[in-house]
Design a protein around this ligand. Structure first.
Ligand code: SF4
Ligand code: SF4
Length: 289
């Protein structure tokens, strides 16, 4: 008679898979609700260890440690607990968990049934371009997961990509231009706002010259918009005062890479690390501890 051991549950089957007997221990598994984004319900855990592998081998955060010894040594239940000192809240463990023991707090109760459809897109946060599945229900994004079979992330996501989508449906999101009117802002149309900017720019240029104006392009813009922004400032306004906000956060990296490799950009992709024979200046085995 096949018998299955799932945590404190002992389930016996007949040949036709009918459940013959099921012993359920008292539900004393912890419910870890300590973080604002992840819930861990260990009463559902089947002890597969996938979260452990996702955390240690895929994201290399080493935040989930395996319980020591065999399952018999843990009559209270074998489940991997999280060390929040190391957890980056990337959520890779959630994506790996096959039984929903780990789940997104924001999606709790939303995914009952199969009503959500999946839409593939690119993460809007940085230039890595991680591939997303948006889980959409009634035109609302209720959850984000990484696309497993696609470059560059192969299912991995960081905390921003996986959980930072509230702005999409935020009631505070700006959906129209605002023009300052004394101490307050007033709503303006998409025709009025750019016209006002053009009038003010022309006035500043006439009074103080073209170099009195400067532009900073946004890292959230696509390449084509960043290109148009520098064209606007160089060709239309006539100044070289044009920069990009990446100078603030990436200037040291660019300078360091340029000095070391002759180019201020990554020389290889992440995936190519697997084929590298030598790593200089970094101890991969220790850097994640
Ligand atoms: S959220 Fe990420 S870092 Fe935290 S335990 Fe899960 S896999 Fe590890
Ligand atoms: S992936 Fe889920 S079921 Fe598997 S050990 Fe982790 S919490 Fe338990």
């Amino acid at each position: 008679m096949p018998t299955l051991y799932l945590n404190n549950k002992v389930i016996s089957f007949k040949q036709d898979q009918t459940i013959l007997e099921m012993e359920l221990a008292i539900e004393d598994h912890p419910l870890d609700d300590a973080t604002p984004i992840i819930v861990r319900d260990y009463s559902r855990c089947i002890g597969c260890g996938r979260c452990l592998q996702a955390c240690n081998e895929i994201q290399v955060n080493a935040a989930i440690r395996a319980p020591h010894g065999s399952r018999q040594d843990h009559p209270q239940g074998w489940y991997p607990l999280v060390d929040y000192e190391h957890c980056t809240h990337c959520g890779q463990c959630l994506q790996a968990c096959p039984v929903g023991a780990l789940f997104e707090k924001k999606a709790y109760g939303e995914l009952i049934g199969n009503e959500a459809r999946k839409i593939r897109t690119t993460c809007p946060y940085c230039g890595v371009g991680c591939q997303h599945w948006l889980h959409v229900k009634e035109n609302k994004v209720i959850k984000v997961t990484g696309v497993e079979q696609a470059e560059p992330n192969y299912g991995r996501l960081c905390v921003k990509g996986r959980f930072g989508y509230d702005f999409i449906h935020s009631a505070e999101r700006l959906t129209h231009p605002l023009i300052r009117d004394g101490e307050h802002f007033r709503k303006a149309s998409w025709d009025e706002a750019p016209d006002l900017v053009a009038i003010k720019f022309r006035k500043i240029k006439e009074m103080h010259g073209h170099d009195a104006l400067a532009g900073i392009s946004c890292a959230r813009s696509i390449n084509e918009d960043a290109y148009n922004m520098q064209k606007l400032f160089r060709a239309v306004i006539g100044t070289n005062n044009i920069d990009h906000c990446a100078r603030t956060c990436h200037a040291p990296t660019v300078a360091g890479l340029a000095r070391s490799f002759g180019s201020g950009a990554m020389t290889n992709s992440f995936a190519e690390f697997a084929q590298s024979k030598l790593g200089l200046g970094s101890n991969f085995a220790h850097s994640w501890h």
